[in-house]
Ligand binder design. Structure first.
Ligand SMILES: [Zn+2]
Ligand SMILES: [Zn+2]
Length: 115
């Protein structure tokens, strides 16, 4: 349904269903990992994120005991995070890596310390 790739093109993956929820995450971990004020992630069932190439370049990092963040070791593109205790079967994908045009119906701001 959606095709995605990292900046260098090593890692290619697809989303086989429409993401359920999209959020701008303003937490300090997303800020540091993305080098940006917030990170935009779309969440969907883990089984609907399918890697097509580049798994050798996919690195992962535990930013907390349960949260696992994955990124490309070649170009540094952030790809996904998972491991939420409340949603163990879900994955959140960095929507800026989508190559297929995607217009979320709504985007929620979360962990925004200024509000
Ligand atoms: Zn890459
Ligand atoms: Zn975050």
């Amino acid at each position: 349904m959606y095709k995605d790739s990292c900046l260098c093109g090593e890692i290619k993956y697809e989303l086989t269903s429409e993401p359920i929820k999209v959020s701008h995450c303003h937490c300090t971990m997303c800020q540091k990992q993305h080098g940006a004020m917030f990170a935009t992630y779309a969440s969907l069932p883990k089984s609907d994120l399918v890697y097509r190439s580049g798994l050798d370049s996919l690195m992962s990092y535990n930013s907390s005991s349960s949260i696992l963040r994955k990124f490309c070791k070649m170009c540094g593109s952030n790809i996904e995070w998972s491991g939420s205790k409340d949603y163990p079967d879900w994955v959140s994908v960095a929507i800026s890596t989508l190559d297929t045009p995607y217009e979320p119906l709504s985007i929620e701001d979360i962990f925004n310390r200024t509000t």
